[in-house]
Design a protein around this ligand. Structure first.
Ligand code: PHE
Length: 353
C-alpha cells in the first residue's frame, strides 16, 4: 500500500470536496443525489477508502489526517442533507401543484353579473306570497296527468266541446288518450279535493301545455295559477272579493277588477275576470283595444258535479275557483308585446327584471 503524506491527504480531501459540491449542485434529482452519497459518503465510498490509507501513516500524522477527513465528511454530509431536503421539498411542491383542483371561477371585471330568477319565476313567487298573505296554502300536482283529473272529474266528458278548445298533447302511456300533459292547473283542484277534507284554501301554480303555435300572445308551454276555496257558506261575493284583493295587491291601488258572465264546465255560474288595463290605467290604448280592460282569467262557483266526482257533499260545502295565466299577467304588467321573449333566453331581455 502506498504511503500518503499529510499534504497528499489534504489535497485529496480538497479535490473530493470540490467534486462533491459541484456534483451536488448539478444533481437534478433525488436518484442522482443518492448515487452521489453512496459514491462518496457510504461505507464503500471515497471517504471510506481515504480513511483506509490512514492505517499506514505515522501515529501523529494519522491523527491530523483523520481530523481533516472527519471534518470534510461532516461538512459534505451536511451539504448532502441540505440538498436532499431542498430537492424533496421541490418534488413535494410539484406533486401538490399537479394535484391541485382549482374550484374558483375566473370572472374578469366587467363580465360579472349576479344570476337572477326568470321573470316568470319571479312573478310566480310574488303571486304565491300574495296568496299566502290572504291565507291560502300553495299546492302542486303532476304535469303528466290522467284524462280523468284533467277533464272527466272537471265535468268535461269525452266529446265535450270544451276539449277542442284545449288541444292536448297526449302521451303514449297506458290506454290510448288516457294520459296527457295537463292543459290547465284545474286538475290540481281535483287532487287537492280528493286528498283533503274541506275547508280548503289553496292556490296551485304550475306549468301547462297546449298544442298552440307560438305567437305574440301564445306559447305551447305556459304557466297558470289556480285558486280553490271550499268551505261552508262560500258565496259568489267571496269570489269577487278575493279577486279584487289580489288585483290590488299585484297591480297597485289604481287597478280594479270586474267579472263578466262566462262559461266553464267545472264552475256554475262562471265568469271571466278582467282588470283595468295596466298600460293606460283604463283610459284606453292599443293593448286593451280601447276598452280600458284586459281579460286575465276565468272563475266561478265549483260545479256540484265536480264535488260529486271527488266525494264532497254539495249540500254542506260550497266553493269557488279561479285560474289565470302567469305569463299573461307578467306580459301585461310589463307591457311586453311578444310573449315569445319568455322562451328566447336572451340575456338582454332577462336582465331587465
Ligand atoms: N282552467 C281554466 C282555463 O284554463 C281557468 C279556470 C280555472 C276557470 C278555475 C274557472 C275556474 O281556462
Amino acid at each position: 500500500m502506498p504511503q500518503f503524506s499529510l499534504m497528499e491527504i489534504i489535497e485529496k480531501v480538497d479535490e473530493l470536496k470540490g467534486y462533491f459540491s459541484s456534483s451536488l449542485r448539478d444533481a437534478g434529482d433525488i436518484d442522482r443525489l443518492r448515487e452521489l452519497e453512496s459514491e462518496v459518503l457510504s461505507k464503500k465510498g471515497s471517504i471510506a477508502s481515504l480513511n483506509k490509507q490512514l492505517g499506514s501513516m505515522d501515529q501523529d500524522l494519522r491523527q491530523a489526517a483523520g481530523a481533516v477527513i472527519n471534518d470534510a465528511r461532516a461538512q459534505m454530509r451536511a451539504d448532502y442533507e441540505a440538498t436532499l431536503a431542498r430537492l424533496l421539498a421541490a418534488a413535494r411542491e410539484r406533486e401538490l401543484e399537479a394535484e391541485k383542483l382549482d374550484l374558483s371561477e375566473i370572472v374578469s371585471g366587467s363580465d360579472f353579473h349576479a344570476g337572477r330568477f326568470h321573470l316568470i319565476s319571479k312573478t310566480r313567487s310574488e303571486l304565491e306570497d300574495i296568496f299566502i298573505g290572504m291565507g291560502f296554502a300553495v299546492e302542486e300536482g303532476p304535469e303528466a296527468e290522467t284524462d280523468w283529473h284533467n277533464f272527466e272529474a272537471l265535468n268535461i266528458p269525452p266529446y265535450h266541446p270544451a276539449r277542442a278548445g284545449q288541444d292536448s298533447f297526449y302521451l303514449k302511456y297506458g290506454e290510448p288518450e288516457s294520459m296527457l300533459l295537463r292543459t290547465h292547473t284545474s286538475p290540481v283542484q281535483i287532487r287537492v279535493m280528493t286528498r283533503q277534507e274541506p275547508p280548503i284554501y289553496a292556490v296551485m301554480p304550475g306549468r301547462v301545455y297546449r298544442r298552440d303555435t307560438a305567437d305574440a300572445r301564445h306559447t305551447p308551454v305556459f304557466h297558470q295559477i289556480e285558486g280553490l276555496v271550499v268551505d261552508k257558506g262560500i258565496t259568489f261575493a267571496n269570489l269577487a272579493g278575493a279577486i279584487e284583493t289580489f288585483t290590488k295587491a299585484i297591480f297597485g291601488p289604481n287597478i280594479v277588477s270586474r267579472l263578466r258572465p262566462g262559461y266553464f264546465p267545472f264552475t256554475e255560474p262562471s265568469a271571466e275576470f278582467e282588470v283595468t288595463c295596466a298600460i293606460c290605467e283604463g283610459a284606453g290604448c292599443r293593448t286593451c283595444s280601447n276598452t280600458g280592460w284586459i281579460e286575465l282569467g276565468g272563475c266561478g262557483m265549483v260545479d256540484p258535479n265536480v264535488f260529486g266526482a271527488v266525494g264532497i257533499d254539495p249540500e254542506v260545502w260550497t266553493g269557488f275557483a279561479f285560474g289565470f295565466g302567469i305569463d299573461r299577467l307578467a306580459q301585461m304588467r310589463y307591457a311586453i308585446s311578444d310573449m315569445r321573449v319568455f322562451l328566447d333566453n336572451d340575456v338582454r331581455f332577462l336582465r331587465q327584471f
